[in-house]
Design a protein around this ligand. Structure first.
Ligand SMILES: Cc1cc2nc3c(=O)[nH]c(=O)nc-3n(C[C@H](O)[C@H](O)[C@H](O)COP(=O)(O)OP(=O)(O)OC[C@H]3O[C@@H](n4cnc5c(N)ncnc54)[C@H](O)[C@@H]3O)c2cc1C
Length: 433
């Protein structure tokens, strides 16, 4: 296609998922951000407990041997695998950017500048991207001769001293809950992934970091941490994948109480899969890619694919009312969620009906979705699952102009014939993608 012609074109990319015939498509209190803690009667940022090197750094084992079957459901079986993201995330993830350490754009210079992508995780891995440098220069006005390299990772002595509530720390130690006072662990959990937050990592420092990181391994440990936080007036901030774009993971600068980052990543088992009702009970810290890999090995999917799903967690999806790329077929998180279990400062919240909806009374689960950790810690979720599609088709349609593309999108919506995912791109996005 001539580039002049391409410049005039708009493109719809669609992502068509043909589904399998789907006949049975059914399926105390701890203070949290901005809530009042009953025992201390103070506003808390999620009230509640070193990775001291020896504290049982066990990788969360996930897989079917770790699960029990739901009564009436089919017996899960299969391999035990380890989670993709280790407890020490910094081992494989960038500390000041998005994604894996080994996957990044590299700028080279021979006669001209050119760009390649490192690593072998993605299709563009170890490939030269011949037009990318020109596009970046022409479109973004980037000058490769004028680089400002980011600051290095702070040294251990450069991190602010943690504020420690001794009683809380001792209690966490006595309970044998994995924890860490290490600066890197605290920094990794002090932010989400907005451009502004990444800029701070590259150029500055957050005014306040969590003082301690705790890694509970199950609902019971979360209850204990939350109870201790209430008792000792400690602030809790739950974190799943850390891909937040709402700023909710940032610690308030003026907070003088101990702030504890409650990392859910070790709560990552699929507890059961009910193949009759097409539901699964899953711990909230599981990362999207691990969840899908395990379900797909059994022939199922949730179909929930936010763009961040490689790194974001189930609990994070619920806490942020996440939307997935394939929502046209599978729905958003509010359509997929059947039950959610939350540890709050006033005890556990869980609706004890496993049906997808009830007509009686307001649905408390709708308060949980989008609550961003302010009401409690989500520990377990029952989700709808579906059989994997028999066919997946991907395709693109090229339009003579953007208006024709918009008109087509309207027709598709009008006739309710959306594929799982459909996006209208303009020329700049098309060239970039
Ligand atoms: C590149 C990129 C692409 C993205 N694409 C999408 C997208 O397609 N759709 C979309 O909806 N969002 C998207 N997001 C935003 C983000 O990924 C979502 O909000 C995601 O749901 C956050 O999940 P997480 O596990 O990373 O949560 P975190 O970032 O760890 O936490 C987010 C919030 O939820 C709270 N929280 C986390 N876990 C729990 C828990 N177990 N209990 C209680 N509170 C908890 C935290 O305290 C915080 O307030 C994107 C972000 C990025 C950076």
């Amino acid at each position: 296609m001539a580039s002049s012609a391409r410049d005039r074109l708009s493109v719809i990319q669609h992502h068509l998922i043909a589904r399998k015939a789907d006949k049975h498509d059914e399926p105390s209190q701890t203070a949290t951000t901005g809530t009042s803690c009953n025992s201390c009667n103070k506003e808390t940022h999620c009230c509640s407990g070193n990775l001291s090197g020896n504290s049982g750094l066990e990788q969360c084992k996930i897989g079917w041997q770790a699960v029990s079957s739901k009564p009436g459901g089919s017996e899960p079986s299969g391999d035990v695998t380890t989670q993709t993201i280790p407890l020490k995330r910094q081992e494989i993830l960038k500390w000041n950017g998005w994604g894996y350490k080994d996957s990044k754009f590299l700028v080279h210079k021979e006669k001209e500048y050119y760009v390649s992508f490192s690593g072998r995780r993605y299709k563009i891995g170890s490939m030269v991207l011949p037009h990318f440098a020109t596009w970046v220069i022409d479109t973004l006005g980037v000058n490769f001769n004028d680089c400002t390299p980011p600051q290095p990772l702070p040294k251990p002595q450069d991190y602010p001293e943690p504020i420690i509530k001794e009683e809380f720390l001792n209690a966490v130690q006595n309970l044998g809950i994995t924890h860490s006072l290490d600066g890197e662990d605290r920094l990794f959990r002090a932010h989400g992934h907005t451009l502004a937050e990444i800029f701070v990592l590259r150029e500055g420092m957050f005014p306040r970091l969590p003082d301690l990181v705790v890694w509970p391994t199950n609902h019971g440990q979360v209850e204990k941490i939350v109870d201790l936080a209430c008792r000792y007036q400690v602030v809790l901030i739950p974190i799943g994948g850390g891909t937040s774009v709402s700023g909710a993971l940032l610690c308030p600068e003026e907070e003088s109480r101990m702030i504890v980052s409650l990392d859910t990543s070790q709560m990552c088992r699929i507890l059961w899969l009910d193949e009759k009702n097409l539901t699964a009970r899953i711990e909230a810290g599981i990362i999207g890619q691990d969840l899908e890999r395990q379900l797909q090995a059994r022939g199922y999917t949730t179909g929930h694919e936010p763009d961040s799903y490689e790194f974001s967690s189930l609990g994070g999806w619920v806490a942020t009312r996440a939307s997935g790329m394939k929502k046209n077929i599978y729905g958003n998180i509010e359509d997929l969620l059947v039950q959610v279990k939350v540890v709050t400062p006033r005890g556990n919240v869980e609706r004890y009906t496993a049906g997808p909806r009830l007509s009686a009374g307001p649905d408390v689960q709708h308060f949980i979705m989008g609550s961003e950790g302010t009401l409690g810690v989500i520990t377990e979720v029952t989700m709808k699952v579906r059989p994997l599609p028999q066919v997946q088709r991907y395709g693109s349609i090229v339009f003579p102009n953007f208006t024709s593309g918009v008109n087509c999108m309207r027709e598709v919506a009008l006739h309710r014939c959306q594929p799982a995912s459909i996006r209208l791109l303009d020329n700049e996005q098309f060239k970039f993608g």
